[in-house]
Design a protein around this ligand. Structure first.
Ligand code: EPU
Length: 420
């Protein structure tokens, strides 16, 4: 087991680069299943989830070779269309192999996904969309058996909610389906535009990715491609909150500031100053944050995956803030941990009420999911004394070289191996 030990009090200063987005690269890896041959993806972060997806693909018969921030993917002609339950339960993104395997082989056996514990996370929107395209499903002992007896056919689908994963699953299923697929109320995340760009370089015909209506003309086959992943806006945003919470000044390089519009607006409301160019953004933190209210929403709204980091910041603000979580029903396990550090945060239904306190006080805390873990590390940077964060494999799932990057900014943090 490993833990992070954070000593509070240092201001984060300097510059840090981010690599490609976890939530883009995982989908690119799955998309390679659609075309036999050799693909290359660059700007790939060294994170646990990418490693797990490599293992999922290995089970399917695909070989991934990592070399620094590049990965070469060898996709054979024949695939094993199933995913092992132990891997799928560790990572929700594995459900995306469903659309790709159905498109490529007409069958798939996929265990129901796990991932972060944010309350119930059904896949009904994925299944409804794929059913409209001719897929049939049966749940057998926790494993979804999917088949498309007559192949997948284009369909008009209108989502009840702009689900990121369902939009991606239908993109993967639609690019080689017969005819036209139109997705209404599609998710508009930059990572979806990036998946569409990768699929297009493989020969797919897609219009409207990044808008609420995506139109896909199926093509008979796709070819391997080379692609550079879109920068990780969540890693970037996390380091910017690091500047804000420590009253420091951090420049994030190799990012797309435009993808963080709403988050930067709320950081400004909290008293930060910021400045940006095409691929960099600098945030200067205030001596003490001012309270801010906001709601998480699908892109381009405030990202749910920046919610815990913002709560960490606002727990030291000069008044009361209210955040409404609209994406997940139960993304609040980190609140108990933050309160143990002296924060005054209360949950009322989907609302988080944060009464700013004068200081946080370091103590042992549990990184219950990726973003909660990052938020607790940032809280530790602003707290008195030492904060020990356990279960750091959650943080390792999503942040490339987190300890090294924070240390490079002057943060006092180290990784320790602990005996059970
Ligand atoms: N939902 C349904 N039915 C469905 C699909 C989704 O009810 O069929 C609900 C979910 O239960 C959830 C909400 O809709 O409450 C949002 O789910 P969505 O499908 O949009 O998200 P996702 O594809 O499961 C991705 C990211 C998450 C990120 C969300 C929202 C990946 C691998 N994961 O999840 O990232 O929070 O979009 O932006 O892309 C993270 O990186 O830490 C992370 C959790």
């Amino acid at each position: 087991m490993e833990q992070f030990v954070v000593e509070g009090g240092a201001r984060l200063e300097g510059s840090v680069s981010v690599l490609g987005a976890k939530n883009a690269v995982l989908k690119h890896l799955v998309a390679t299943l659609l075309a036999p041959g050799t693909h290359h993806i660059t700007n790939v972060p060294g994170i646990l989830d990418v490693e797990i997806m490599g293992q999922v693909l290995a089970h399917i018969g695909v070989e991934c070779t990592f070399d620094g921030s590049a990965v070469t993917i060898e996709v054979p002609d024949d695939l094993v269309p199933e995913t092992p339950i132990d891997l799928v339960r560790r990572m929700r993104a594995s459900i995306l192999v469903l659309g790709a395997l159905l498109a490529r082989t007409g069958v798939a056996r996929v265990a129901l996904p796990g991932g972060d514990d944010f309350g119930s996370r059904p896949i009904d929107i994925h299944l409804e969309g794929l059913e409209a395209m001719g897929a049939e499903f049966e749940l057998v002992h926790g494993v979804l058996h999917a088949s498309a007896p007559d192949g997948l056919t284009g369909a008009e689908v209108f989502f009840e909610f702009p689900s990121v994963g369902a939009t991606e699953n239908l993109l993967l299923a639609g690019v080689m389906a017969k005819g036209t697929t139109r997705i209404g109320n599609a998710a508009r995340e930059p990572e979806i535009e990036d998946l569409s760009a990768f699929l297009s370089s493989m020969g797919a015909s897609i219009e409207g990715a990044g808008t609420s209506t995506i139109t896909i003309e199926g093509v008979p086959s796709l070819s391997p491609a080379v692609h550079r992943a879109v920068p990780d806006r969540l890693a970037a945003g996390t380091y910017l909150v690091g500047a804000a919470i420590t009253g420091g000044e951090v420049t994030v390089r190799d990012c797309v500031p435009d993808h963080l519009r709403m988050e930067l607006r709320k950081l400004a409301d909290a008293g930060c100053e910021w400045d940006a160019g095409d691929d960099w953004v600098t945030v200067r933190g205030p001596e003490r944050a001012t309270p801010v209210d906001f709601a998480t929403l699908p892109y381009p709204g405030f990202h749910t995956d920046m919610h815990p980091q913002m709560v960490a910041l606002l727990s030291g603000a000069s008044g009361t803030s209210v955040i409404t979580e609209n994406i997940y029903s139960a993304r609040f396990r980190y609140v108990g941990e933050l309160n143990r550090m002296g924060a005054d945060v209360q949950i009322e239904g989907q609302h988080v009420i944060i009464r700013g306190v004068d200081r946080l006080s370091g103590c042992p805390v549990d990184a219950c999911d990726i973003r909660a873990g990052a938020a607790l590390v940032l809280a530790g940077m602003a707290a008195d004394g030492y904060t020990t964060v356990v279960n750091v494999e959650h943080i390792d799932r999503g942040y490339d070289n987190f300890v090294e990057k924070l240390s490079g900014l002057g943060g006092q943090i180290r990784r320790e191996v602990v005996d059970n």
